[in-house]
Write a protein that binds this ligand. Sequence first.
Ligand code: GCU
Length: 336
Amino acid sequence: MLKRLLSGVLFCVVTVTVLVGCSKNPIEEANKGAEKPIVFRLAENQPEDYPSTLGAKEFARLVSERTNGRIKIEVYADGKLGNENSVVEQIQFGAIDFARVSVSSLTEANKSMVALMLPYLYKDRNHMFKVLDGYIGDTILADLNKSGYTGLAWYDAGTRNFYNTKKEIKSPEDMKGLIIRTQKTDLMMDLTSALGATPVAMAYGDVYSALKTGVIDGAENNWPSFEASKHYEIAKFFTVDEHMRVPELVLASKMVMDKLSAADQETVKSAAKEASLLEREEWLKREEASKKKIEASGVKITYLQTNAAFKEKVKGLYDKYGKDYKVIIDEILNTK
Ligand code: GCU
């Protein structure tokens, strides 16, 4: 009896499976012939409304529009795909497809990057973009190929300044004894030591709690990062020493790019360049908004009459870090 029942059930299951298998699924039918989109991930360690994230979203929009939805780029903001240094490593072997990163995070993979972030290198923003949008910027983007990256476009990231929880900094002498977080790159650490403070390299995402718990006394960054990261809520002294402009860039994994057709590669490259213009506009707006917010929050902002003392202390770094890139550095300094 049981046997009969079981074989009856089995018969029904098989029959239903066959019938469903043969019948036409309207969704499957509609999708037949349509290519599945290629979905890429872009890593961004800033929040959703930050200029570089807006730039990345515009990049994604343009790529999708120009490939009729065949290529989709999903933007993962807020460091969801990991800290910048680990993202840079993962891009190299294709585990992450795209990212927007600070030039500092590439100095290990590509030493020539250091030539773009020496202290007090650029006269101003226009000078920096003349360099980056011209022959030097193009050459350095292309050079990234040999380390496994495709460099796509340059973003603005303003100037970097020191801030801390302890005291006002008016001259390098005031930095003595302060423990300052830096990006994980020798140049940044040496710069901080040259100014008299003690550097501690740490991921950007860990700085807030390190400031809060007193593991560090301060850090350095541009206005929008100081504001967006909420470091300004803890560090109440900010000195506008403008020691560096560290440009940022959009990167692709070379392994990933090599799998695309030449036409798609071109689409990706031109979309990234176009979207960088939006980031640069958004940057200026955010810089102003951040300044206002920081001022209103009661942070003591110190504008230096001259940053000559800071410049003097760090000029030795040109010999140490710039000697292999003298031609590039001279060209940068001579760019009008
Ligand atoms: C800036 C930059 C980040 C970087 C950070 C840092 O905020 O936008 O990409 O990680 O500096 O100091 O590490």
